[in-house]
Design a protein around this ligand. Structure first.
Ligand code: AFP
Length: 361
């Protein structure tokens, strides 16, 4: 069989590094370590119920979010840690599954990057064999951490999404894919199972600016704020409503899979701030869900927002901070932002928007 002409992840990273002649290659090595962990997680996920899980893990543990972590959440977390901690490129790590930052053990060298991840997003879908994924974000450690090699603290990770050096996700679906940005557009690799290599199959991913597809968990509609209600009501009103066109809806409940669909064909995803639980200003986590996906989406020409402000500009206040998230096709996200800033929308009861022509464009 002739060798495929498609470039590998390693080749792509070497090409990207040539743009920065002074670069040491540490970022590339770190991304490759993450990709190896993702391959190992993909294999574990594919085993499904065939996987041997220690009995003590079978019931699951409650993580820092108060959610039950599946055995695969814990295994994936360990795989990412073990594959990345030894290389000397990391100053520390943080994950959905760990309450506090992870310190690089004393026997390993410490480096200049911070790795933040959700090891298995959508894991409540595992039992029903729906796509899940790992989301990662790479930040530069504060200079004093790099200079002193001291232990990392929560404050070291509280950097806005705009400070990310690289971000991406692996999607474990019918094929395993790695989607990545190192700040120069977005590329997608498909795992060639026979070679065990990620091959560049999607060299320039772009999110279409317009869409007729939205994704939101409508069971929360009674808790939505008026701007979100207005937006969804208008979509549902379809061709006879103010938008003048029919919309399609999707909800996978795996944010990483929704992000992938939007990167492939456009769309808008909302998990907005709502009034369901006053203690939680949103469902998704800023540092290891919203920011990395936001960076990827924006690098692909889409937009990511809290509804009120650009996601990548938010200054985090806590490692496990939750936030309202809206991302996808640029024109739709901008429309939702406009509704949040429109004083009439903010006050008015939502049904008005769909049923009267007052608010037609
Ligand atoms: P899990 O990783 O616990 O399955 O959570 C997935 C998630 O954070 C995100 O991927 C989904 O979009 C969202 O939660 C689904 O939330 P709902 O259960 O409210 O639909």
């Amino acid at each position: 069989m002739p060798l495929s002409k498609k470039r590998t992840l390693t080749q792509y990273l070497i090409e990207q590094r040539r743009r920065f002649p002074q670069a040491s290659g540490e970022l590339n090595a770190l991304v490759l370590d993450v990709s190896i962990a993702c391959k190992a997680i993909a294999r574990q996920v594919a085993l499904g119920s065939l996987a041997e899980v220690p009995e003590s893990w079978a019931a699951g543990e409650v993580n820092v979010q108060g959610e039950v972590a599946k055995p695969l959440d814990i295994i994936s977390n360990l795989m990412l840690i073990k594959q990345s901690e030894w290389s000397g490129h990391l100053a520390g790590m943080a994950s959905e599954e760990m309450a506090a930052p992870y310190q690089i053990p004393a026997e390993h060298q410490r480096g200049k990057y911070l790795l933040v991840f959700d090891p298995l997003d959508g894991s409540s879908n595992l039992d029903v064999n729906v796509s899940v994924g790992s989301i990662f974000s790479i930040l530069r450690a504060p200079q004093d951490v790099i200079d002193s090699g001291r232990d990392v603290t929560e404050a070291d990770f509280l950097q806005p999404g705009a400070a990310q050096v690289a971000a991406g996700y692996a999607l474990y679906g019918p094929t395993t894919m790695l989607v990545l940005t190192v700040g120069n557009g977005v590329v997608g690799f498909t795992l060639d199972q026979s070679l065990g290599e990620f091959k560049l199959t999607h060299p320039d991913i772009r999110v279409p600016e317009d869409t007729q597809e939205f994704a939101i968990n409508t069971s929360n509609s009674r808790f939505w704020e008026p701007p979100v209600k207005r937006y969804v009501d208008e979509c549902l009103a379809g061709r006879s409503g103010p938008r003048g066109k029919d919309f399609n809806m999707r909800w996978i409940a795996s944010m990483v899979a929704e992000a992938h669909r939007i990167l492939m064909r456009g769309g808008v995803f909302l998990y907005p701030r709502d009034t369901k639980d006053p203690a939680k200003p949103g469902r998704l986590r800023l540092l290891y869900e919203a920011n990395p996906i936001g960076y990827v989406i924006e690098q692909a020409g889409g937009r990511c927002s809290t509804g009120r402000q650009p996601m990548l500009g938010v200054k985090p206040s806590a490692l496990h901070q939750r936030i309202g998230v809206v991302f996808g096709s640029k024109n739709e996200v901008e429309r939702i932002e406009r509704y949040h800033h429109d004083p009439v929308t903010r006050e008015a009861p939502a049904p008005l928007f769909a049923e009267r022509s007052l608010f037609r464009d």
